[in-house]
Design a protein around this ligand. Sequence first.
Ligand code: PLP
Length: 461
Amino acid sequence: MNRSEIRPDLKEAVERAREWFRERRPLSYAAWSRARQHMPGGNTRSVVYHDPFPLVMVEGAGPIERDLDGHEYLDFLNNFTSLIHGHAHPAIVEAATAEMRRGTAFSAYLPAQGALAEVLVGRVPGLEQVRFCNSGTEATLFAIQTARAYTGRSDIVKIEGGYHGGHDVAEVSVHPDLAAAGPSKRPRAVAESGAVDARALRGVHVAPFNDADALDEILRAERDTTAAVVMEPVLGQAGYIPPEPGYLTAVREIAHRHDVLLIFDEVQTLRVCFGGAQELYGVTPDLTAMAKIIGGGFPVGAFGGRQEIMRQYDPESGRALFHTGTFNGNPVTMAAGRVAMELLDREALGRLDRLASRLAEGLLEAVRAAGLPGGVTRSGSLLGLHFRTAPVKNFRDAVDAPPELGWLLYFALLEEGIHTAPGRAAFNLSTVMDDEILDEAMARIRRAMMTVGDSFHVRKT
Ligand SMILES: Cc1ncc(COP(=O)(O)O)c(C=O)c1O
């Protein structure tokens, strides 16, 4: 077989994969069709939707989940990185159940909040104090508000391709159309949709990832109105692109020099090291936004940082900021989160890292064996597969690959019983995976990649 010629009909191949997906899931299709009558798109979370309809899951245990049609999957998505101990981990279920029996919500301070706060402050270098909310969206929103109140300025600098959840200034230049996105060193701020407040858009300055000089230039121009640089230390949505050596250190110095705060969005990256990406890359931000793993599988968010900044919320500071939420720090989440974080000790993280490194090698081998262009980016247990051979350093590099290949791989992996991010060729691991599971997963990945390769190339006999 010669795998060297590109076939022109990748789109057709994706259509066939979608049809096959639908045929194999009649019960899921029926459940989703019914949901559509009452929920637009038959779902309540856009990121899980894809054409022809989203997966319909009914249960999970450890590294495995099962859909309504009875198909089982090894879960390499883990609720978008939040289930670091897989599904229904017994110790987490036990802690949450015990807490539920004692009551699920109180209008008071709860010791369980202080217990999780202590765990987080004890491990994340940039945290001296922390407050809880209910999602990563809220965490980045409150971190930005905190920076505004502290600096007396309103604008932010964000990174092109960076995702920080669903609020106005976050929904800017996440997946910008490159035709509208302007020059690579000084990208234009592009609203993700008409839902974004046009006035808020004017307060967002966009910088390319892994380019400290560009950030310096932007801050030279915008420092007088800018409160903070908001960034994921590893660019997540664009496929887990790690910072180049020295980049984050330079960002830290530039923010400091221009007197703006540095906010790390560690909603996903907290899982890459005991103290998050800030420990792994040795750079301490002023504020940190967190969510996902710190809730042990329950809804959660948190933001925190230097005491001098966070004390704005302390009524005794004399200028207390108001931050509240009916379910902030609810005891079930707090208890589950504490167990999840305690299970994630340095040894567990070491094992995850070793497995992730094996998976990275396996992905590369599979790509090569299928004759596809490709490279893998990784930080800890977060991995991105990019269908291009040139290095991927920022959002524009990441989108410089045929999107059809990501979709073909997604559907081919589902056929093999592997669940990953829809269309994105992104993987993350959980601590309940081991070498045996990984061997099995890699055999499946190799087969799926061959299917993609067959669509990419003309067979010659
Ligand atoms: C880096 C990052 N920030 C913020 C968010 C928003 O978190 P949530 O979905 O909990 O609102 C996400 C969600 O995927 C994320 O990956």
